[in-house]
Design a protein around this ligand. Sequence first.
Ligand SMILES: [Fe+2]
Ligand SMILES: [Fe+2]
Length: 251
Amino acid sequence: MPKIHVHAATSAAKTGKDYMAVHDWLDTDPDKKAERHDVAKVHDNGKLIEAQYGAEGRREFIRHIVDDITMTGISEADIGILRREGVTEDDIAHCVKVAEKAAELAVRTGAALDMELVVRGALFHDLGKAKTHAMEHGKIGAEMGAVLGLPKSITDVMEKHIRGGLTELEAIELGLPVKDYTLNLLEERIIIYADRLVDIITEDVVDIGPDEREAERRFEEILRAYPKYGKNEITLERYLGYHNEIQGLMA
Ligand SMILES: [Fe+2]
Ligand SMILES: [Fe+2]
């Protein structure tokens, strides 16, 4: 099931308001959660919600339940796989945050996207960190993912996420297998953009304040100022390309 802030981000993208109170009512009380999600009670519960939050609130309430049914979201089973494979809790927290951010960005673009690929690709992108934090974690993660039976679309993201999609020349320079790492799918580019944003948001290198979207507003400036994020000219331009494309879709 999507996490609560993915629901809130969906509402915000569709209506301009996050309707957090409605999502909170649905998700937060563990004793009432099942009843409040009961499809047979949608009509009665919807009337309750409408009395408090209006017709739009009622639509967001229904959308939440439909999204739970149709979207994959971040599953506990997938988090269990990361844990079993030996990914540390810190790295798992990063993977979850990237999955949430990628889902939020995907919804905000308004594009028809494969949400399962967005969420699971993001969640598994750093699986290889179970073995190493070196550059090879992409390649190793993809190999581990293949053994686990993850779809190729997901292991592709894992392998290609290093520096946001390398050219053949960069692969040679870095001593990685020479192949085409181009991020052909918007889903892949959203995951890579989310990964970079989450690093900026969660690491203490830049103070972006309480509003996470500040990392988007200051993205170019931050990448140019901090080589940790921009790496080098070619990587920086690649990230800016994804940033401009995705921000353009969300505008
Ligand atoms: Fe990574
Ligand atoms: Fe990452």
